[in-house]
Design a protein around this ligand. Structure first.
Ligand code: HEM
Length: 438
């Protein structure tokens, strides 16, 4: 029987692995070549499955803005189910909406203010400990720091709590497993280690629930234990654990990768670092409250440009629940479909000289991001749009203000930095930098 996707074109694929290695080595190159050969609709074979790519900002709007229950997020992200099942992105439609309404309680403005205070208190001493003048690899260091900070802001534990190193290691194993190519929990595989780590994390979270339900706290976990929607619905213990486990994963590598790209940009384009420093100096020693963060406009543009050039989630997967037609191409129900936020953010249709680092493209007089509702979509869009977007922006600004009050940053390597995009963006070699006290 001919494949139901036989009419959709593809570049030649290797037996068994298909395009998986091309995706890992140069995902944007593969999509550029495919789009040049076939236009916006083509397929690629990744991790054993054919996936249909729909290119362009209109396609992003069509997929992410779906209100007809056509595109399943749980189906698209099914590879995460074994480790992060029950998380928001692994739920669909009415069920997803009901859970998201409860989670919203942990992201209300007054609660975000509490997290911000906790975050600044946890980060400042950690940044102060960084060595001056000594080269160190920024990416692994910021991953460690955001985990340490996460213990305080996400779990309400002291940064030096004895449980923190073991929790962080379990979390690292769990995330590494979700990226593993072998998907069965066979002995000595990443996934086996990840499944064990997940069990340990779940037990630890479960043990904290009674105390946090009773006493609350100004951290994510406590807020999720207390979270209720407007009708008073709340989560069971198992649901709290699932959502919290997923939230940690969604929050961590995304933010660490974004901060790393910003540090690279600040060191590579010192005139932008100077502008950020001037903006931070203008705040004086004032607390980093809402007004202070709102005044960090240059930092905001550098952040947006970093997310455009190196989005942590450049490809957003979905699974079609029924047949549909896009651009005149019929796609059968059950097909895995990819929304291409990363490619749209590099398209010359929406961006001037898209490869260049140019944060002023976000200035009000240029506003290139306004050329289409989905021209700039590093946080996705529609029902599953990143619920942590304000938290992530707040974290980036607090970190930058605290860093630049103490240090300037320089690259400690002479050669151009090479970036790996998949599965999570990272600089090859970890991005060696030097901090110069100000
Ligand atoms: C720069 C940092 C971040 C980026 C670029 C980012 C990106 C994204 C994207 C693209 C999605 C949508 C995926 C989809 O539609 O399938 C998403 C969803 C999500 N993000 Fe983020 N994220 C970031 C930080 C965070 C943080 C800090 C948190 C939590 C504090 C968080 C929590 C979530 C959750 C819970 C979802 C699922 C939402 C849903 O399914 O309704 N993210 N994120």
């Amino acid at each position: 029987m001919p494949s139901p996707l036989a009419h959709i074109p593809a570049l030649p694929a290797k037996p068994i692995v298909g395009h998986t290695l091309d995706v890992l080595n140069d995902s944007y190159g593969l999509h550029r070549r495919s789009a040049a050969a076939f236009g916006p609709v083509y397929k690629i074979k990744l991790l054993g499955k054919w996936r249909v790519s729909l290119g362009g900002a209109d396609a992003l709007e069509f997929i992410l803005g779906d209100t007809d229950n056509l595109f399943s997020s749980a189906g698209g992200w099914e590879m995460l189910d074994v480790l992060f099942g029950g998380g928001l992105m692994l739920r669909d439609f009415g069920d997803h909406r009901a859970h998201r309404r409860i989670m919203q309680a942990a992201f209300r403005k007054p609660v975000l203010d509490l997290y911000r205070t906790r975050m600044a208190a946890a980060l400042d001493p950690l940044i102060a400990r960084w060595p001056a003048h000594e080269p160190f690899a920024f990416f692994p260091e910021i991953k460690t720091m955001t985990l340490q900070m996460g213990a305080a802001v996400f779990m309400g534990l002291p940064v030096d709590d004895p449980r923190v190193p073991k929790l962080n290691q379990a979390f690292i194993d769990e995330v590494a497993a979700s990226m593993g190519v072998v998907r069965a929990a066979l002995p000595f595989t990443k996934i086996r280690r990840g499944v064990k780590a997940r069990a340990y994390l779940r037990d630890t979270f479960r043990a904290l629930i009674p105390e946090r339900r009773a006493a609350g706290g100004d951290d994510f976990f406590s807020q999720m234990c207390l979270a209720r929607d407007d009708d008073g619905n709340c989560w069971s213990d198992d649901e709290i654990i699932d959502h919290f486990n997923f939230l940690l994963m969604a929050a961590h590598d995304t933010t660490a990768a974004t901060l790393t790209k910003m540090i690279w940009a600040m060191a590579t384009f010192p005139e932008w670092q100077d502008r950020m420093i001037a903006e931070v100096d203008a705040l004086g020693d004032a607390p980093l409250d809402d007004a202070a963060l709102a005044a960090m406009d240059v930092t905001d543009r550098v952040l947006r440009e970093a997310l455009r050039l190196l989005p942590p989630v450049p490809f957003i997967p979905r699974r079609a629940t029924r047949d549909f037609t896009f651009n005149g191409v019929d796609v059968p129900g059950g097909t895995w479909v990819t929304a291409m936020a990363g490619m749209v953010m590099m398209s010359s249709v929406h961006w001037t000289d898209p490869d260049s680092f140019d944060p002023d493209r976000f200035s009000p007089n240029r506003a290139e991001d306004q050329s289409h509702r989905y021209a700039w979509a590093p946080f996705g869009g529609g029902a599953h749009k990143c619920i942590g977007l304000h938290f992530a922006t707040m974290q980036v600004k607090v970190f930058m203000a605290l860093l630049l009050r103490r240090f300037r940053v320089e690259l400690a390597q002479g050669t151009p930095v090479v970036w790996k995009r998949m599965p999570i963006p990272s600089p090859k070699g970890g991005l060696p930098v030097r901090l110069i006290p100000r």
